[in-house]
Design a protein around this ligand. Sequence first.
Ligand code: 5AD
Ligand code: FES
Length: 359
Amino acid sequence: MTFQEKKELIDKLKDTQSLEKEEWVSIIKERDDEIAQYLFKEARAVADKYYGRQVFLRGLIEFTNICKNDCYYCGIRRSNSNCERYRLTDEQILQCCEVGYSIGYKTFVLQGGEDGMNTADRISNLIRMIKSKYPDVALTLSIGERTKEEYQQWYDAGADRYLLRHETASDEHYRKLHPESLSLANRKQCLYNLKEIGYQIGTGFMVGSPYQTENEIAEDFLFIKELQPHMLGIGPFIPHHDTQFKDEPAGTLELTLFCIGLLRLMMPQALIPATTALGTIAPNGRELGIQAGANVIMPNLSPVETREKYLLYDNKICLGEEAATCVGCLKKRVESIGFEVAESRGDHVSFKSDTSSVS
Ligand code: 5AD
Ligand code: FES
């Protein structure tokens, strides 16, 4: 393809927010630095139009690394006996919120493995405690696949958002990354249930996971288009030394950035994080993610003592004492590229409760 032909595809995506399957495959296959620069410029212009040069922070509380699942790529999978398990108490979780709130976070994300301790009632109680103490924050859950009734119960208790990456939208690929007990159909159903209940939902996939080709990524884009989530989290696959994928190559910075740019053009109003995994494969990965169209960062708010136990992949950043809150570091990083950390809770523009972030 000539540059002109690639540019036409990017322009079509920008103008119509969609591409055909073969077009997705070819733009990904034929990408080069020149078209990437054009894409990033257009993607950033679209992000600026809806959210300005603001970056929203989401304080991530990794409250349990106990998980009943055995996803082949994940460092906290059930069968990893080298993983030292922990679970935060309600008091410890509230303590994280207190620290986070005092330094200005307006969104907390409770993320954890699929831990049997996460009964529907425990989670509801936690939600009520957090929302009564901090009524102005947005509360996000990221605790895996549950029944629609449980999702509804948590929504009624005050949860606002839910993150559940689909991981890959191809059934065949899904099978290669997960044991028989997990199914893509169920995961997709969970996402539709969450959306129907009224959550702001986030989904996403790993870039460069084993067996992924342009074809799988094209499927991911088509699925995302159909689901219309509010948030989109993508990051490079990074091998974990205690998994069967330990010798597989990591996803690249270059392809991850390219996908962020494409996602921004397909979903102009989405909240797209520059993920920790992106910051792990390159020291300035998150900054580059923002410049490619991302507008969210999810700093770690977990207690420093447990951070090194929540290792989904190797070499994860922000584990040390010096990263206790990340907030100073991030402010500097965000400002160094000409952006600012937003003070609002950063709702999707279609949710009315937070109009301050809409330009
Ligand atoms: N590399 C990158 N991302 C991973 N995740 C899990 N394991 C890895 C890995 N080895 C991602 C999954 C999950 C999210 C919480 O972390 O996409 O949904
Ligand atoms: Fe965590 Fe920089 S963002 S230390």
